[in-house]
Design a protein around this ligand. Sequence first.
Ligand code: GLN
Length: 558
Amino acid sequence: MKFIVVTGGVLSGIGKGVATASIGRLMCEGKRVVTLKCDGYLNVDPGTMNPLEHGEVFVLHDGAEVDMDFGHYERFLGVQCKADWSITSGKIFTSITARERKGDFLGQTIQIYPHLPNEIKRWWFSVAEREAADVVLIEIGGTVGDIENSWFIEAARQLRKDVGPKNVAYVHLTYVPFLDSVGEQKTKPAQRDISLLREKGIIPDVILCRSKHPLVVKCREKIAMFGDVSSKQVLSCHDVSSIYELPLVLAREGLPSLLNEQLAISGTLDLATWETLVTRLRDPQKMITIAVCGKYTALHDSYASISEAFTHAGAKLGCGVRLKWIDAEAFEEGRLDTNSVFEEVQGVLVPGGFGSRGVEGKIRVIQHCRMTGLPFLGICYGLQLAVVEFARNVCGLMSSHTTEVDSSTPHPVITMLESQNGLTNKGATMRLGAYTAELLQGSIVQQLYDRNSATERHRHRFEVNPAYHGVLHEKGMIFSGLNSDGRLVEYIELKDHPFFVATQAHPELSSRLEFPNPLFIGLLRAALCSKTNEHKSDENEKNAANFEHGDLLLEQQF
Ligand code: GLN
């Protein structure tokens, strides 16, 4: 079993997750690669954190709420990650104190060192064995020098002794800024950062240099000299137009052979299909603009998977997707007006969310889409608010609401799921993970999925109140997907509208570059036909005709 440890330095946000996922993509052919992420915070998982601080909470098939980097791992490696691949200081502390109470350490004083690194390595080895991994890829969150990830770094250092130097490779991602004033790349932050890593006892086998432009020879040599490695171990990890280009860049820089050499393994690599997809991304035949109207739009990472899902669907349809991030609250405060904002937009997505901020703005946006025929896709809260809007403005139940926002509304069209009643703990208690919905024959979603059922991941506490199914249905809302007992509404749509679809699930989480999610394809296809399509031309009309129902380009291979 081989281990690859990825650390990062200088500053956060330089793309360690994407770099790790790219390494995984380059090493995974014919091998079982298990991707572990170690986060220093004391929360057990990010499920209780604000996405504006931490980015998107990614949900795994098995229901675990994990760091958004797992989204990159799944999308790049084509795997389904599992709950215990996510390791936090919170989990390690909880586990160690539970074991102490059980008496596992009788007679000993439990200390940060050696007990924390030992517990971490126990976790790594047990997952690796259970998964029968060929390669265990371990990303350590944060930067070297942070107190809170120091026990993970120490565990990584010890690994070399535990498993032998030929069974572990250390990859360090550092940062090389470009100073406009002098017009050069500067290596000092990287030099300092690598010394810090060496102080912790880790000598990197590969140094990835994140930079704006390709790393110049002089800098490569300087970093190699100060890092005490050869210059072929210093790789350029420069900005690319799409994150999916990074495996190609790192392959060209020689990363696979460096790792194979260090780990004494051989591997094949065929990136031809990946390269074809990336070329399509690079060179879109047309552009469309989709508005994402949410509450966490100040940090685009809050909706990372949504943005990726649009990229995937766009690549499939040969169009580039420009996302216009709109803070839904602005419609409430009169800072924005739906008519003018959506003039240049060919489709709208209302994403998931929680609480009351921005809710009335989102409802206004949904009403605009319903009434003007602008293609609309609602996700989770987006479905629930589409139901509230319909109940108010079509069913005439003006004071309808979700009890999440107004617990005493006379028309609680959205209420707490039965299974949630009485729960007091907030962590990991939502309806989480993959559930299957039965799809209505002939509905838009059934045609898009081209199946009679669809399995998608979920993360919610509320549902469409069954007491209102009757009136909503009577007034024209189509429940195009229900869970197996028929109580829970999983998909809704409207007829006599180009595309008005919403789901209780999070379809963005399972979308891959090779297998775009059908609902995103549906929205984009409708947007391509939209009246406001900025590139409306004979050519586009021809495209539009090709995107009629039944010709959805949903085959799983290009
Ligand atoms: N707040 C809603 C619920 O808990 C929607 C959740 C979401 O959009 N993920 O049901």
